[in-house]
Unconditional design. Sequence first.
Length: 440
Amino acid sequence: MYAKRRGTYLRGMSFALLGWISLLLLPHSAVAQTPPGDEPGSQKIYRTEFGPNKSIFRPSRDPSRTANGLALTPPMGWNSWNKFGCKIDEQAVRNVTDAMVSSGMRDAGYEYVIIDDCWQSGRDADGNIVADPVKFPSGIKALADYIHARGLKFGIYSDAGTKTCGRRPGSLGHEYQDALTYARWGADYLKYDWCFTGTRDSEEAYTTMADALRATGRDIVFSICNWGVNRPTMTDKSMPWEWGEKVGNLWRATEDIYDTWAGRKGTSLGVVNILDLTEPLYAYAGPGHWNDPDMLEIGNGGMTDDEYRSQFSLWATIAAPLLAGNDVAAMDAKTKEILLNREIIAVDQDRLGVAGHRVRDNGDLEVWARPLANGDRAVVLFNRSDKPADITADWIDLGYPAALSLSVRDLWAHKSLGRATGHFSAKVPSHGVVMVRLAL
Ligand code: GLA
């Protein structure tokens, strides 16, 4: 049975302190928090401080290194892997691209169309990477042009090792050559995986590709996909959030997601397992560098609509990239309604760029919150239990004085619920959420 990691009351208290002071300072200054530190012989204490949260990152090996300036809000788009796996071809990508436009996803902010693994077939005599001529007969450049012509951006995938996870050629030893190829094709995004890397050091490997991308002169968002795991079988033990801030724009916090609520299948994890591994990293996220709890499974059929609503709400609360992973060309009305919830997308894309976290943990009943640029709070009442339950968000846990009257807007019902003082309560479905936005 899956057991979740428990938060502490102190975390709620620190969020309260953060909120009290940010009420005075926002929207003019960003709020940042240091990560948890183990205090001797006691519970974890969560400290709060102001200003850029640089101190939590390990100093770069190259002190003159700068961030690439991209992805100031979490990237949004679509990726082929969760639905299509290796069975991806240019027709499927074109169909999804067309549907991104006709469904309104593009206009709601979904920007990148990303081909994941298995588009490659080999290298030519000069070492240039070659696309599979059967699956991509028109070539990658033509596909990128098709995507760009529809007002979207194009993303591609490779790996820091000798082979990709799907055993196609990796970029090891070809970093600058591949980066140039992607730039010539018009790539705007690279997801860079971590299979077949042997004894390679991940910071070195990702920095090399980041430099190669930078050298092309093209703006290319860099997605670090080394899973953030400390696998006993891997020689490299580094955690990408420690060094990733100026190397890439997002880093996977865990191994792969699969389309289930909770559990483990091989190295893949369910939604709540991934959520609980990513949540403690919230202080590492910020404009240009995001924790990546892997892609959305919404619409892939393995979970209920309530569970999919939970994934969408909580991903937005922790400022995760929103990369749809379904067949956008064949989605039903419910899936569309979830992915196109603009009020929740606005939370995800909030320009303050502070990731939310769990502020109250009453067993299976939780409260999560995220401070927003205009001083509002996005709040999620989250019910992990297998029956409906009443959940209360206390202002004090959210950083508001208990006596304050706040307006409450339900982000799934799309309606205002009037004003509340001290707390807000709602009945929450099993494995579901109620998500609200609180404003002065
Ligand atoms: C790894 C990544 C996945 C996907 C596959 C492709 O497992 O973590 O997201 O890219 O490889 O083979």
